[in-house]
Design a binder for this molecule. Sequence first.
Ligand code: PGA
Length: 251
Amino acid sequence: MTRTLPARVFADREDACRTLAGEVAEMIAAINRSGRPAVLGLATGRTPLPFYAELIRRHREDGLSFREVVTFNLDEYLGLAEGHLESYRAFMRRELFDHVDILPGNVHIPDGWLAKSEIPAHCAAYERAIREAGGIDFQLLGIGRTGHIGFNEPGSPRDSRTRVVALDELTRRDAGPSFGGISQVPRQAISMGCGTILEARRIALLAWGEAKAAIVKTALQGQVTDQVSASFLQEHADAAFYLDEAAAGEL
Ligand code: PGA
């Protein structure tokens, strides 16, 4: 059923990330108290950077521990050299994992360096690992200007699962500057599917800045359609957008 997806608007991205990090820290503590690890779905890109900075600050200053946290990242590029700085594996180490007490064995990121023939089994195993961990308690999302969540570009079915996806030209263009030009941006990735993401018990989508305002409006207030995978969040029972004023500018 379609409902009004909550849009929480903050003065700036740091303010939004302080609030969300506080909520996630409480959630981790409550789940750990119930006797099991908390399972977090994590995102990459520029958007979550202030959120990860705030988690690291809480780890250092407030005793937030990740020892009983299991993570699953949304996606990974295919075709990069191993250790490439723009790989999401490198990103996660640099921006979060190297700075907190998470156990390396509890971290899951799709493997972008497998032989093509090994990828389908790897995707199936990724889905199985999420299920065996008890499902995702909290999923963090950004949104691309194509409306993608993960790398679920326009046309990704509502029930899609972890698989190889082709990156939209707009997505590749937006990634161009960090790769030193669009020709260096991979054409494919492994991504959790829309169905995988929508099974998370709670979801927060973050968006900052004017460049995201139009797609935020479409995702929140437009039709639910596989042309805008973030619009599927309208059908989720516990999803919310966390926006700065610029990203909320067209609502
Ligand atoms: P960005 O990417 O955080 O770098 O804007 C968001 C996304 O493509 O999901």
